[in-house]
Design a protein around this ligand. Structure first.
Ligand SMILES: *[C@@H]1O[C@H](CO)[C@@H](O)[C@H](O)[C@H]1NC(C)=O
Ligand SMILES: *[C@@H]1O[C@H](CO)[C@@H](O)[C@H](O)[C@H]1NC(C)=O
Ligand SMILES: *[C@@H]1O[C@H](CO)[C@@H](O)[C@H](O)[C@H]1NC(C)=O
Ligand SMILES: *[C@@H]1O[C@H](CO)[C@@H](O)[C@H](O)[C@H]1NC(C)=O
Length: 399
């Protein structure tokens, strides 16, 4: 991105931040003053004329506006519309243009018309927490300067907006909490984006091995239970950029490849509510930036490697609802730890002996099943002591 374009985006991001947006809401004193005169730029500027057509079409497509947000959306001076932010065009410092639309938390109902594609200089498009329905317009593919799109927490349906794939500057894609369905194109993982949130939709796709090509710092694919797939050993390829990986309830059935230990910038890793099998690789102990680790509700077994619990920044380690049979004492010193519902002798709130013994009689884990490539898991431990039955008030500390 050129310096001018970066500045354009920076200005718009600041303008569109929720804090500033709310401070721009009219105070009673402002409401009594006369409306500002139209800016001269609005009178002969084809960019603002197109924006006028786009925003009026959007206003017409809004069927309910309980907070009266679009009340000010009248006349050609679109830069004074509530939630609309103008800046000098990146390619013409003399021309003002609409660079941001921020209607977050607007509770607006309606649809998104194709005319939105007329906002040709739009860099920031924030519509989160509204009630927009229907599909995302194809014309989003015309927004060649789009940097951030956040349409999360709406009622949008239809397929993944593939029209976003050709936008060269797109960095932030937030589609979570909608009713989008169908395939997620693998190409989204090849795009140079910073953050991808697609959780809580009805997408139907298997995590492709190529997801590890992504250079995003945040990837959230949670609650896509039909996702399916593996954690590939190429996961270590994301070491340079990945800060946060949330694959909660994503239907993954594989072992955890030791290459995950290469992710030394990763702070948050959530693999809970999947069908992970085998043991926790000790290599996780190389993930020196890790602060939050959640592997709860899987089929993991064996001992918790001490190296994980020695990680210097680990604050919250959740491994409940697995079949772990041992944990070093060091693990209980992690500030937040949840080891409940495992098979750990001497610990409170574990699985019944029947469940733990039943688990041992399952066929051995094949990490390469389901088409996944991962190293074979070590054989189950030979000696196994079921946890003793807990007596109520047996000297357990209550805090
Ligand atoms: C509007 O701008 C166009 C192109 O920049 C120019 O040719 C035209 O004369 C201008 N019209 C007025 C009324 O200023
Ligand atoms: C919206 O604002 C206008 C003008 O302030 C007012 O007349 C109208 O009643 C408002 N509507 C709602 C639903 O608050
Ligand atoms: C993406 O990942 C796949 C599988 O890991 C690999 O074969 C392919 O070459 C990668 N593509 C790019 C563009 O790096
Ligand atoms: C610790 O992690 C668990 C699982 O991700 C989460 O539910 C819990 O809120 C976290 N606790 C703190 C204090 O961050």
């Amino acid at each position: 991105m050129s310096t001018a374009a970066a500045l354009f985006v920076a200005v718009v991001v600041v303008l569109a931040s929720p804090l500033l947006a709310s401070s721009q809401q009219q105070t009673p004193a402002m409401m009594t003053s006369p409306p500002p005169p139209p800016s001269p730029a609005a009178t002969n500027n084809s960019r603002l004329e197109s924006a006028y057509v786009a925003l009026q079409a959007l206003k017409r497509a809004i069927t309910d506006d309980p907070k009266n947000l679009t009340h000010s959306w009248c006349g050609p001076d679109v830069c004074n519309y509530f939630g609309v932010y103008c800046a000098a065009a990146p390619d013409d410092a003399c021309a003002r243009t609409v660079a941001g639309v921020d209607l977050n938390h607007g509770d607006l109902a309606g649809t998104l018309p194709e005319e939105i594609g007329l906002l040709a200089d739009l860099a920031v498009f924030h519509l989160n927490s509204n009630r927009f329905s229907g599909s995302l317009p194809n014309s989003l593919g015309n927004l060649h300067r789009l940097h951030e799109i956040d349409v999360s927490n709406n009622h949008l349906s239809g397929s993944f907006p593939s029209q976003l794939l050709c936008l060269p500057d797109l960095k932030y894609v937030d589609l979570r909490f909608n009713n989008l369905c169908g395939e997620v194109p693998e190409a989204i993982f090849e795009k140079k984006i910073d953050a991808l949130f697609i959780n809580n939709n009805n997408f139907d796709f298997k995590l492709p091995a190529s997801f590890t090509n992504s250079t995003a710092s945040v990837i959230v694919l949670a609650n896509l239970p039909r996702l399916g797939g593996c954690l590939p050993s190429s996961i270590g390829d994301m070491a340079g950029t990945l800060n946060e990986l949330i694959l909660l309830n994503s239907g993954i059935s594989s072992c955890i490849p030791p290459e995950i230990g290469k992710l030394d910038k990763l702070k948050v890793l959530d693999l809970s509510f999947n069908s992970l099998a085998g043991e926790l690789p000790g290599e996780i102990g190389h993930m020196t930036a890790l602060e939050q680790l959640n592997v709860a509700y899987n089929g993991l077994a064996g001992e918790i490697p001490e190296s994980i619990c020695e990680l210097p920044h680990l604050k919250n380690f959740t491994y409940s609802h697995n079949f772990f049979c041992g944990e070093p004492h060091r693990c209980l010193e992690v500030p937040r730890v949840d080891d409940s519902q495992n098979c750990i002798a001497g610990r409170p709130d574990q699985r019944s002996a029947e469940e733990c013994i039943g688990f041992l009689h399952r066929p051995p884990v094949r990490c390469d099943a389901h088409g996944c490539i991962a190293p074979p898991s070590p054989p189950p431990p030979v000696h196994y002591a079921p946890p003793p039955p807990l007596r109520i008030g047996s000297g357990m500390q209550v805090d």
